[in-house]
Design a protein around this ligand. Structure first.
Ligand code: GDP
Length: 224
């Protein structure tokens, strides 16, 4: 029997999803899992310590300078922000963690919400975890990776602000983090800087693949 899609058609699908990142638009903010929009076809979430560069990365990915607000007030109400891309897909901006001044009770509540989201959100196809290359993979980043792994969710780590290090130092950190991620077969890592177009393209491909693969009917022949 002929395959449902030819390899060329698959490529076209991916390119279309890529291009539509530039049409991303804010949909809604939710204070907890219950307030999230009904499960979409597929969504990709972005998480990281506050100041890791999450808003900047979402803006770079979509080519929109103001989509995710770059300056936020530490400790303010933390919301899960949904941005729609293409048809019925979302990019999801999860609340930054790691604020030193947030009361323990608020911190615990937020960690609980993040865990619920990672464990229960059916449409979630992948987690982009951002970590500043100058102090990569802190304790709560590890917790996020563990939760994602338990939910069989692939994780892509961005070592952000890579332009702040010399190329050699950045590559050494990349190797160390890659080694640290070895126990997690579904985790990948890349160097990332909003100043490096190639790095932004690598992120676009990863997010696009996750959204596209989640759309494909079961049993579709793969070409990779
Ligand atoms: P968020 O709190 O994780 O959303 O982090 P932001 O996106 O607000 O970024 C925190 C700070 O890091 C801001 O001053 C950004 O301009 C800066 N920043 C983010 N990404 C990069 C990058 O790739 N290179 C450099 N040099 N600075 C960056």
């Amino acid at each position: 029997m002929l395959p449902f899609f030819t390899p060329d058609a698959r490529l076209t699908l991916k390119v279309q999803t890529l291009m539509k990142f530039s049409h991303a638009s804010f949909t809604l903010s939710a204070a907890r899992l219950a307030g999230c929009p009904s499960d979409s076809l597929a969504e990709v979430a972005f998480a990281g310590r506050s100041n890791a560069g999450k808003s900047s990365a979402i803006n770079a990915l979509t080519g929109q300078s103001k989509l995710a607000r770059i300056s936020k007030t530490p400790g303010r109400t933390q919301l899960i922000n949904f941005f729609s891309v293409a048809d019925n897909h979302y990019l999801v901006d999860l609340p930054g963690y790691g604020f030193a001044k947030v009361p323990l009770k608020v911190k615990n509540q937020w960690q609980h919400e993040l865990e619920q989201y990672l464990r229960k959100r059916q449409a979630l196809s992948g987690l982009v975890l951002l970590s500043d290359i100058r102090h990569p993979i802190k304790e709560f980043d590890r917790t996020m990776i563990a939760w994602a792994t338990q939910s069989e969710l692939p994780v892509h780590v961005l070592l952000t602000k890579a332009d702040k290090l010399k190329r050699g130092a950045a590559n050494i950190t990349l190797l160390k983090v890659r080694q640290e991620l070895e126990p997690f077969p579904d985790a990948t890592v890349q160097l990332f800087s909003i100043q490096q177009q190639q790095a932004i393209e690598e992120l676009r491909r990863k997010v696009s693949d996750w959204l596209t693969v989640a759309d494909e009917p079961a049993g579709l022949p793969t070409t990779d």
